[in-house]
Design a protein around this ligand. Structure first.
Ligand code: ZN
Length: 114
């Protein structure tokens, strides 16, 4: 069984990595946007234009997922500070330690997550 400090360290590491992926994905999207502006404007008939549009929507989906992950991590760290970490936000029962080890940002127990 791992202690709370270990879980906090994991959350902080995840937070750092997630910040970095958000910055990277934002950079990707900017690069795609300017690549589209540089290429000719006839997107519909330009195969490169539709590839860029696809890449952009992929990057935007990844960015949204990373932003959601960051919100979950920030909320978990705030619960640690508040002393409510590890308590299900729905039923107020303790979350199984194995679940927290597998997913330190979990805010509900397995029963409430379903
Ligand atoms: Zn619950």
């Amino acid at each position: 069984m791992v202690g709370l400090e270990v879980l906090r360290t994991r959350l902080l590491t995840n937070q750092r990595e997630t910040h970095k992926s958000i910055a990277d994905l934002g950079g990707n999207i900017d690069a795609i946007v300017s690549a589209r502006q540089d290429s000719n404007n006839d997107d519909e008939h330009d195969p490169e234009g539709s590839t860029l549009a696809f890449e952009r929507s992929q990057s935007e989906a990844l960015l949204r997922a990373a932003e959601q992950r960051l919100r979950d991590i920030d909320a978990a760290l705030a619960r640690m500070t508040a002393g409510t970490y590890g308590i299900c936000v729905v039923c107020k029962k303790p979350i199984a330690r194995e679940r927290l080890e597998a997913r330190p940002s979990a805010e509900t127990c397995i029963a409430c997550a379903g």
